[in-house]
Design a protein around this ligand. Sequence first.
Ligand SMILES: [Zn+2]
Length: 102
Amino acid sequence: MTFKKESKRCYKCNTKLKHYAGVGDFCPNTKCDAIDNVNGFDDSFVSRFKNKGEELVRLIKQAFNIAVTVVLSFLFIVGILAFCYCLFVIYIEIISQFFRIV
Ligand SMILES: [Zn+2]
């Protein structure tokens, strides 16, 4: 790992920030409490909010999928019942015709 000089400065103590590959910017001042949060901006809140939004979208998609599945299976069952009813009516018609002829 190598240090790379950064021109950015810590928003709290104004120390020059250091950039560590894979970690990002951090304040090298050990007396400064802005070690992880050098941009003065609550990343955890934003990511939590973003996660909530993604979770909500996921739930809506899931609910939509369930609704579509329920509606399609309902239509499928209704279709099968209608088809059976038609077959039954045709069958009764054929039987009654047959007995009338005989
Ligand atoms: Zn600092």
